[in-house]
Ligand binder design. Structure first.
Ligand code: ZN
Length: 463
């Protein structure tokens, strides 16, 4: 406290302390400057996502294509000169769509654009026909009595809000996760939801409906937005009947795995700076923004650091997680397999929000490590990145690491159009803006290098 005296009146006021910023020595600053310049011009990361999405294509968790993506990535990472390139294999329950189609049978006849949600069960062979019952929201369905839901095709017409930070998703995704369960409990035939997404075109957004298991509690599909609106208009005229046919394939066990590559640290190789992404994708598009882009960003960034010629003090570990889309299974497996060694994980980040520019840098460090956060934030400022709070969640596959004390960061990307593409047939390579993508590569190279070179303790609790 300071004593301030003003016209004879003395008050005790808190001292305003300048926020401490850790020092970065000149040679490190020079290297970081190089990384930023080269990152903004990089081709390695961009080619990684281009070639992954072209040569492998869609990469459904547990599928032969996901296995091919692991082989493709390990070969590519070895060619790029990374060390300790390997896969850590695990098994997952498998789900794949075979048939998903719907049509209005009365009062008009029209094919609808739908997609089965991951984990949907099958209808009887040949499909089912029933009357639609529309709800404005998941809450309205929950409040409805079983008498009126029984025997009906439940339709939840809840919309999602577009935001820069993607915060509309958390709300909107509840109907995808819960619709089939609540519908089944009330004796409904199947559940249709308005797609969880922000675009208005005629395609549908898939995504996992079951939680912690491969198959959910009933049949669930998503409608394209124009189809949701068509049904809503028809319902104002009278009853609407649909024919719905969903057939899926499930297996108890299928192979999946995480792909790992490293730059061995020159002084403290046992200390790990982890940067990750997920290699699997949904099956409708080629998984370019979700999450081929993230893999290109972390591979491109790590490759830039490797190209400096001298390894940083700590080890940089790149992890391309498998089976994220079906329940963060790769992330959970990693946390379990490396449980004994998480104390040596000094820093973790994951890129899984497309290829939009990073606009804010959040951390989750010990209170005593905030001067390090500020130092990194200052270095990132010329890339148009503002300082964020100390409540980062990391990313989906590393979200379980903070529980074990691992410091994480979230470089927040502009997600204004992310949910136009997310889990749709429109998630393809052409949507990635090269300049925005490279701003990510430059930022990841910068903070990853600083985390690996400076030897800072991001767990530090007090100054
Ligand atoms: Zn993703």
């Amino acid at each position: 406290m300071l004593r301030t005296c003003l016209v004879g009146l003395c008050l005790l006021v808190p001292a305003v302390q300048a926020q401490e910023v850790a020092e970065i020595p000149e040679p490190v600053r020079t290297t970081v400057q190089q990384l930023i310049e080269r990152g903004l011009d990089d081709e390695v990361g961009y080619h990684f996502v281009r070639d992954l999405t072209t040569e492998v294509g869609p990469r459904l968790a547990g599928s032969e294509a996901e296995a091919r993506a692991r082989r493709w990535s390990t070969q590519k990472l070895a060619e790029l000169g990374f060390k300790e390139v390997r896969t850590e294999d695990f098994e997952i329950p498998f789900w794949a769509r075979q048939v998903d189609r719907a049509r209005i049978v009365s009062p008009t006849q029209q094919n609808l654009v739908i997609t089965a949600l991951g984990g949907s069960t099958s209808t009887p062979v040949g499909g089912v026909e029933a009357e639609i019952l529309r709800f404005e929201s998941m809450a309205e369905l929950r409040a409805a009595s079983a008498d009126i839901v029984s025997g009906k095709l439940v339709f939840i017409d809840e919309k999602m809000t577009r935001t820069q930070d993607g915060s509309g998703y958390g709300m909107a995704v509840r109907k995808r996760r819960n619709c089939a369960t609540v519908t089944s409990e009330k004796g409904g035939v199947a559940c249709l939801i308005r797609s969880v997404g922000t675009q208005a075109r005629r395609f549908a957004h898939t995504g996992m409906m079951a939680r912690g298991k491969a198959v959910g509690d009933g049949v669930a599909v998503a409608l394209s937005p124009p189809d949701a609106e068509q049904i809503t208009r028809l319902l104002t005229k009278g009853p609407v009947r649909l024919h719905l046919d969903v057939q899926v394939e499930t297996r108890e066990k299928a192979p999946s795995g995480n792909v790992i590559a490293e730059i061995k640290g020159r002084e403290n190789p046992e200390e790990i700076v982890l940067i990750g992404c997920h290699l699997d994708s949904w099956d409708l598009g080629t998984g370019a923004v979700d999450d081929g882009a993230g893999c290109g960003i972390v591979v491109g960034a790590a490759h830039l650091i490797k190209s400096l010629g001298t390894a940083p003090r700590r080890t940089i570990r790149v992890v391309l997680y498998g089976s994220e889309e079906v329940g963060l299974l790769g992330g959970r497996y990693y946390a379990q397999r490396h449980a004994d060694n998480l104390d040596n994980h000094v820093f973790a980040a994951e890129s899984d929000f497309g290829a939009g520019k990073i606009w804010r840098f959040q951390t989750r460090f010990g209170e005593g490590a905030l001067p390090y956060a500020r130092a990194i934030q200052q270095v990132l400022a010329p890339l148009g990145i503002s300082p964020g709070n100390n409540q980062a969640f990391g990313g989906p596959d590393i979200s379980m690491l903070p529980r074990s004390g691992v410091p994480v960061v979230t470089p927040r990307q502009n997600g204004w159009d992310y949910f136009d593409l997310h889990h749709t047939p429109d998630d393809t390579f052409d949507k990635i803006d090269h300049d925005d993508f490279n701003q990510n590569v430059a930022a990841y190279a910068t903070f990853t290098y600083l985390a690996a070179e400076m030897g800072w303790d991001f767990r530090k609790t007090v100054n």
